[in-house]
Ligand binder design. Structure first.
Ligand code: SF4
Ligand code: SF4
Length: 266
């Protein structure tokens, strides 16, 4: 018995993504995450969470507001990143550049085994994700094994492209609504998936005050409110507006999703 795709996604996507897609009935049984099948290749207390994901601005807003379904350390972690200038950006929170560079260089050797790479949102008491309902696209679509074999793996690959694009469209819409220029948005995008960094970025995980203030475009002193405002922008969207914002590329990616999603109908 499958589970509708909408239950794999952050709840706020239910009002903006196509119904046909949200209704796909997905039945994954091989990746048994509570008892991880990759142990002992991966450490039991790390699993596949030796990765610091990108969290989009509007999902941070949702997590901050979501009192019930998150462990208390999550708010503290987000507030710590904000107060220490650890790459909490208007676009969202990214891993420190030093981490990104090291991860991109060494992930094939150390994935699943580096404790110092453990995701900051991982709940070590319960040995599972602390932000599950609002996790980002990379985490949503990661299945080390699929019940549908290579076709299932391909489905999740296409889903990653689709959901990453959805994230970028929504983050950027929020930034534009909150008065960021195309140039400022472009500067922020430069902090995602880095393979190299300036010496200052590689030396410390905190951004300089000057750089952070510059990137925050006047919102530096109230970053939590900014993330909540980003959420409000996204929540004001309906399916029609979302379709327009996604453009031709979005239509194409949606069509690809429906095509690969056929595997769940058999
Ligand atoms: S997806 Fe991750 S946690 Fe789940 S079984 Fe695979 S490696 Fe383990
Ligand atoms: S966000 Fe959750 S699923 Fe993703 S790496 Fe962190 S703990 Fe794991």
């Amino acid at each position: 018995m499958g589970l509708a795709f909408k239950h794999f996604l952050p709840p706020l996507y239910q009002q903006i993504l196509p119904d046909e897609l949200l209704r796909l009935s997905i039945h994954e049984t091989k990746a048994t995450c509570d008892s991880c099948i990759k142990v002992p290749q991966y450490q039991e207390d790390l699993k596949c969470c030796t990765f610091h994901p990108f969290l989009p601005n509007y999902l941070i807003g949702q997590i901050l507001l979501d009192e019930k379904s998150k462990p208390s350390f999550i708010t503290e972690t987000l507030q710590h990143k904000i107060s220490k200038r650890q790459y909490a950006l208007p676009l969202g929170i990214v891993a420190p550049v030093r981490y990104q560079v090291e991860f991109n260089e060494l992930k094939s050797q150390h994935f699943g085994r580096r404790e110092d790479w453990l995701c900051p949102y991982y709940d070590q008491t319960l040995n599972r994700c602390g932000i599950w309902r609002n996790r980002g696209s990379v985490c949503t679509t990661f299945y080390c094994h699929s019940s549908k074999g290579s076709k299932g793996k391909n489905f999740w690959k296409v889903a990653l492209n689709y959901l990453s694009y959805v994230e970028m469209v929504l983050c950027e819409e929020a930034l534009v609504h909150l008065d960021f220029s195309p140039r400022q948005v472009s500067d922020l995008l430069g902090y995602i998936n880095r393979f190299d960094g300036k010496s200052s970025e590689l030396k410390t995980d905190s951004m300089s005050l000057k750089t952070a203030k510059n990137l925050w475009n006047g919102y530096f002193d109230d970053q939590e409110s900014f993330y909540i405002k980003s959420l409000e922008v996204v929540k004001s969207f309906d399916r029609k507006q979302m379709k327009e914002s996604m453009g031709d590329l979005g239509l194409n990616l949606t069509a690809q999703m429906m095509k690969v999603g056929e595997i769940w109908k058999t």
